[in-house]
Design a protein around this ligand. Structure first.
Ligand code: PEP
Length: 253
């Protein structure tokens, strides 16, 4: 299985800043082909990033893919403020982050809406990264595994047979943007559980599914986290905003 290191820029970077980033980042990862790399800029920068990545690919070997941070599940229509999978396809977006904890907790997205998005992403040929994870309160109440199980079973309902085309990101809410990462042991416990769960629901069709860890990953803790047998890459927020820091994390994988 090829590991995946993905950057979630959230609501950061203008078009100009995106292009400046890519100018610094792309030369560093040229020929770094052993790991999949994905960058998810904000929607407004996707088009420019897509053109820049396309040009880079024509110049040489690059393994950097484009991702979106969200999408709606309908092709077009009266959905003010939303972005459709067809619009993402047009820009060669290959991945979409769905069910991020900020979407769940700030914007109130529930499992059934996330599930509809996952289904449409799979149908459209955009590889979903389904994010799951417990809050601090849920962890303290001993509910971590049951919360993660519910989010995965509900989020993947109807696409279990397509598991090979789906990645999962385990992102404990208490670790996102806080500077407090899960320990490698804490991550491994949940990743092992997720691996056995997706193996069961996909009837063994999960060998291409990466289980990423996300939550305050940086260039210092990446090495220990990736040593765990069921950690197959990272979803990186804050540390991915700096091209040198993101590059260093990739080289640890
Ligand atoms: C994220 O947004 O997915 C994330 C993990 O953020 P951070 O790395 O900043 O914790």
């Amino acid at each position: 299985m090829r590991y995946l290191v993905a950057a979630n820029w959230k609501m950061n970077k203008t078009v100009g800043e995106t292009l400046e980033y890519l100018d610094r980042f792309l030369p560093s990862v040229k020929d770094l082909l052993s790991v999949d790399i994905m960058i998810a800029p904000p929607f407004t920068a996707l088009s420019s990033a897509s053109i820049r990545l396309d040009a880079a690919k024509k110049e040489g070997e690059y393994n950097v893919k484009l991702g979106a941070q969200n999408m709606y599940y309908v092709e077009k229509g009266a959905f003010t403020g939303e972005i459709s999978p067809v619009m993402l396809n047009e820009l060669d977006v290959e991945y979409v982050i769905l069910g991020h904890s900020e979407r769940r907790h700030i914007f109130g997205e529930k499992d059934d809406l996330i599930n509809k998005k996952v289904i449409t992403a799979v149908e459209t040929g955009i590889r979903p990264i389904l994010c799951v994870g417990e809050t601090l309160e849920e962890r303290e109440q001993g509910k971590t595994l049951s919360v993660v199980e519910r989010q995965i079973r509900n989020g993947l309902a109807g696409v279990e047979k397509d598991m090979a085309f789906i990645d999962i990101a385990y992102e404990p809410v208490w670790a996102i943007g806080t500077g407090v990462n899960a320990t490698p042991e804490q991550a491994q416990e949940v990743h092992r559980f997720i691996r056995s769960l997706i193996n069961e629901i996909s009837k063994g069709n999960d060998s291409n599914t990466r289980i990423l860890y996300g939550g305050s990953v940086n260039e210092k803790n990446a090495r220990d986290l990736i040593k765990e047998p069921n950690v197959d890459g990272f979803l990186v927020g804050t540390a991915s905003l700096d091209p040198e820091r993101f590059y260093k994390i990739i080289t640890e994988v």
